[in-house]
Design a protein around this ligand. Sequence first.
Ligand code: 5GP
Length: 212
Amino acid sequence: MNNAKLFIISAPSGCGKGTLIKELMKQFDVFLSISCTTRKPREGEIDGKDYNFLTVEAFEELIKNDGFLEYAKFSSNYYGTPKAAVDENLDSGRDVLLEIEPQGAFQVKQKCKDAVMLFILPPSIDSLNRRLHRRAEQSGETEEMIQKRLATAKGDIERAYEYDYVMINGDLDLAISDLKKIFINAKNGGEGLNDFSAKNMKDRIDEVLKNA
Ligand code: 5GP
């Protein structure tokens, strides 16, 4: 029987999820979907590896041709998950990981009821603010863009209550270990790991939002 799972990870941009996902993929054979986007590449990003960087016209053509499992407009840019690669990998029995924001995550959940959703919280909005500023020094993002990302992050975090699992990316080693635990638990049917349920994490989500 094919037990391949579809995992969705959402986290505000600047939350450090990329590092965590890399660690997960060192241990597990998971296909990480490469999204399409119309945003400009940041320094060091490679077309076809980090994203497929498309023009708005090319992206809209793909929408028309039903090429996306989901897509969303986020911070004035399109982002979308190409459907074919996800289907191929799941059909061949390989787990698939989507790293997408909540609008897209819930679109996928509607279509694939067995998809498992994880939200990664920053330890605080303050720490996210600092990370975004640090990254902006390299990418040249303006203060206005950072503030827009922060506002979006707050909106995204409000949806964390609806996820299957919620964890915090504070201490890196702990976060890596938490992510692996969650992944293994989800693979095994999702029973018994209540520490990371949205219900049990409610106070932590409230706390992050209270200071937002
Ligand atoms: P960034 O511009 O920082 O790379 O990503 C911005 C946001 O877009 C992040 O929250 C990221 O998870 C999300 N994202 C990346 N790819 C996709 C995608 O294919 N679909 C959707 N809906 N969101 C995506």
